[in-house]
Write a protein that binds this ligand. Structure first.
Ligand SMILES: NC(=O)c1ccc[n+]([C@@H]2O[C@H](COP(=O)([O-])OP(=O)(O)OC[C@H]3O[C@@H](n4cnc5c(N)ncnc54)[C@H](OP(=O)(O)O)[C@@H]3O)[C@@H](O)[C@H]2O)c1
Length: 329
C-alpha cells in the first residue's frame, strides 16, 4: 500500500511517499481502508521529534515507526480474532495516539481504542477530524470536573482542541468565554456558533482582563498562557489547566501539587492527561450525531499535498483541523 513515511525527524521535507507492506489485523484489531485523515499537532510533533518526549513514543535516535498520521475515517476491511463490535463494510473514525499509521491507504487499530462508527449524516472527511481535538478537549473536562452552571474560559479557542473544547463545555452546560488571538478570516461568528457566550479577540486589541474574573476554570489550549497570567481570572478554588507543558514544564510541576492546593480551596493547576478508549469515542460520536459537536475544518488537501498540509499546521494558525483526502480507487 502507499503510505507517507519519514525515516528521520525533520520538517515537512522529511516526508516521502513509499510502498509499504499491507497491515494485517492482530487479535482485537480492525483493518481500516482510510478515506480521510488529518494533519494535527500530534502528527507534527511525531514528524519533527519535538518536544523530545515524542521520541520516547516514536523511537530514538531515528523513528522506529515510519508511517505518520494519527486521525482517520474510513471503512473496515477486515477484523482480527475476537472482534465482535465491527464487521467489514462498517464506516469508522478514530485516533491512534502513540502508534501512528493513518497517513496511509490502510491501518490497523484496536477495536476497543478511540474508534467509533461514523455518524450516519457525515461523510469520512467530516468525521475524520472528530477524535484528536475531541479527546484532548475531553481530558480538560475530566480533570477539572467543570459542569452544568460553571463558568470556563478557553484560551486558544480557534484551534483543534479549542474548537472542540468550546463545544464540549457548551454541551455540558458550562458558560464559555472564548479567547482567540485572531477571529478566523471570513468566519466572524464561528466561536458564538460553537457555543461561546462571550468572545475576547486579543488580535483586535482586547486584553485578557476584559474577560472579567471569577471563572471556575481557565483552560489553555495554546501553551501561550501560564498559571500566573490565569490567576486573576479565577475564583478562589478555581483551576487552571493547559494542554501544553509550559515553560520549563512548569504546568506539570504545578499540577503535581494541584490536588493538595485544590483540597485547601486555593487556585490550583491540573494537567489534562488524555486517556480514553471506546467509551469516549462513542460519547464523541453521539455528540456529533446529535449535532452538539461538529469538528471545524480549516482546509482540505489531497494526499499528494501532505507536505503542504504539514507546513500549514506547523505555522500554528490553523482554525480547527486540516483534512487530507486519501484516494480510494
Ligand atoms: N497534551 C497533549 O497531548 C497535546 C496534544 C496535542 C496538542 N497539544 C498542545 O495543545 C496546543 C493546541 O493544540 P491544537 O491541536 O489545538 O493546535 P492548533 O489547532 O494549531 O491551535 C493552536 C491555537 O493557538 C492559537 N495561537 C497561536 N499563536 C498564538 C499566540 N501567540 N497567542 C495566543 N494564541 C495563539 C491559535 O489561534 P489564533 O490563530 O487565534 O491565535 C490556535 O487557536 C498546542 O500547544 C499543542 O502543543 C498537546
Amino acid at each position: 500500500m502507499r503510505a507517507a513515511i519519514r525515516r528521520r525527524y525533520g520538517g515537512p521535507d522529511a516526508i516521502a511517499f513509499d510502498d509499504v507492506p499491507d497491515p494485517t489485523p492482530d487479535p482485537g484489531e480492525v483493518l481500516v481502508r482510510v478515506h480521510a485523515t488529518t494533519v494535527n499537532r500530534t502528527d507534527c510533533a511525531y514528524r519533527s521529534g519535538h518536544p523530545w518526549i515524542n521520541r520516547v513514543v516514536c523511537g530514538w535516535p531515528r523513528p522506529r515507526v515510519e508511517v505518520l498520521g494519527s486521525e482517520f475515517a474510513g471503512v473496515v476491511l477486515d477484523v482480527g480474532e475476537g472482534v465482535t463490535a465491527y464487521d467489514p463494510g462498517d464506516r469508522v473514525f478514530g485516533f491512534v495516539d502513540g502508534r501512528p499509521g493513518a497517513h496511509a491507504e490502510m491501518l490497523t487499530v484496536a477495536a476497543d481504542g478511540l474508534l467509533a462508527p461514523v455518524p450516519a449524516h457525515l461523510d469520512p472527511a467530516e468525521a475524520a477530524p472528530g477524535m484528536e481535538g475531541g479527546h484532548y478537549a475531553h481530558a480538560f473536562l475530566r480533570v477539572t470536573g467543570v459542569g452544568e452552571g460553571d463558568r470556563a474560559l478557553v484560551h486558544g479557542a480557534t484551534g483543534a482542541i479549542g474548537t472542540a473544547l468550546v463545544q464540549l463545555l457548551h454541551a455540558a452546560g458550562v458558560e464559555v468565554t472564548a479567547v482567540c488571538d485572531q477571529i478566523p478570516t471570513g468566519r466572524p461568528g464561528l466561536l458564538a456558533d460553537l457555543g461561546a457566550t462571550r468572545v475576547v479577540d486579543l488580535g483586535s486589541g482586547e486584553h485578557l482582563r476584559s474577560a472579567g474574573a471569577g471563572y471556575d476554570s481557565v483552560l489553555d489550549a495554546t501553551g501561550h498562557l501560564s498559571f500566573t497570567a490565569a490567576r486573576p481570572l479565577l475564583r478562589q478554588g478555581g483551576s487552571y489547566a493547559s494542554s501544553d507543558l509550559g515553560r520549563g514544564a512548569q504546568n506539570l510541576a504545578l499540577a503535581a501539587i494541584g490536588p493538595i492546593t485544590r483540597r485547601l480551596g486555593l487556585r490550583h493547576v491540573l494537567f489534562p492527561f488524555p486517556h480514553g478508549g471506546a467509551d469516549l469515542a462513542a460519547h464523541l460520536a453521539e455528540l456529533m450525531a446529535g449535532g452538539r459537536y461538529r469538528p471545524v475544518v480549516d482546509r482540505t488537501y489531497g494526499f499528494d499535498e501532505l507536505r503542504d498540509a504539514y507546513a500549514y499546521v506547523d505555522a500554528g494558525r490553523k482554525v480547527g483541523s486540516v483534512v487530507v483526502l486519501v484516494p480510494t480507487a
